[in-house]
Ligand binder design. Structure first.
Ligand SMILES: C[S@@+](CC[C@H](N)C(=O)[O-])C[C@H]1O[C@@H](n2cnc3c(N)ncnc32)[C@H](O)[C@@H]1O
Length: 264
């Protein structure tokens, strides 16, 4: 298990978050729009496999909760105590939703195996390189029954490097407690290393106080060609690829990239 603030260290490797999830957790959902289509997509992919769903790297568990309400038995796991605390507060555990604090690289659970697991929102890219990502997938695959499946939402790398100038992001949902919040920051992608560097600061104004919460994240994207070998290393077989939450087939330039793989 890792502590929330363990990675507040300059120079941490790709895939590590430098920032304070304790601050981000409270306002995590404010910067997302309607996540209903995501819930529907994961539910559609999970349904043929069964009801027991694992949601590692669940953050505050909005997708996990959506799937629990859609009829699945969901276990939401996150390494951050702050995320799990905030998730339990918003989406209290019940017979359909269980919360656990844990590391996706070392999944253990007595009543495994699960029928389906999903890593949403580019979560696999938090890990640095082929071997680290293969270990995460192997850990997730280890939690599945034979013939169970994993869904991955990945970020497709652009063919050329790019950078956005610093910009401001307003919340898409009203923040709790009457706070005024916004984020600012910049993003850059290096096509040579396939690394996406995100630097943002969350600003919070409430009760006459101003807070600033800087947050830096490096995501390691991967080439599409590398995916079969990555899945194979983890004991998974590539089954299908989708280009949107409507589960339309993937095509170059698709805004979303969802991969479905089965445990061999
Ligand atoms: C981008 S957020 C997840 C978003 C979430 N999947 C969603 O779609 O709402 C990444 C999350 O992964 C968690 N995390 C990072 N490393 C982890 C690890 N090794 N094991 C479990 N959770 C981890 C962080 O605490 C954070 O909540």
């Amino acid at each position: 298990m890792s502590d929330d603030r363990a990675s507040l260290v300059p120079g941490t490797r790709a895939g590590r978050t430098q920032g304070d999830y304790a601050a981000l957790a409270e306002f995590w959902t404010c910067f997302f729009g309607d996540r209903g289509p995501e819930v529907e997509a994961w539910a559609t992919l999970a349904r043929p496999y069964g009801r027991r769903v694992l949601a590692p790297m669940a953050a505050v568990g909005e997708l996990a909760h959506g799937l629990a309400r859609a009829g699945f038995e969901v276990v939401a796991v996150d390494r951050s105590a702050a995320m799990v605390r905030e998730g339990r507060r918003r989406f209290p555990p019940d017979e359909a939703l269980t919360w656990m604090r844990g590391d996706v690289r070392r999944l253990r659970r007595a009543d495994m195996p699960f029928d389906f697991a999903f890593l949403a929102n580019g979560d696999l890219h938090h890990f640095d390189g082929f071997e680290a990502q293969a270990r995460v997938l192997a850990s997730v695959a280890g939690a599945l029954r034979p013939g169970g499946a994993v869904g991955l939402e990945l970020f497709a790398p652009a063919g050329a490097s790019w950078a956005t100038p610093p910009r401001r992001f307003e919340p898409l949902r009203p923040p709790p407690g009457g706070a005024r919040i916004w984020k600012d920051g910049a993003t850059r992608f290096d096509a040579a290393t396939l690394r996406l560097e995100i630097e943002q600061t969350l600003h919070v104004q409430r009760a006459g106080q101003r807070e600033r919460h800087p947050h830096r994240l490096t995501l390691q994207l991967l080439e599409r060609d590398a995916l079969p070998a990555l899945l194979e290393r983890a004991g998974l077989r590539w089954l299908a690829e989708y280009g949107g939450y409507d589960l339309a087939p993937w095509a170059p330039g698709a805004a979303t990239w969802i991969v479905l793989a089965e445990k061999a």
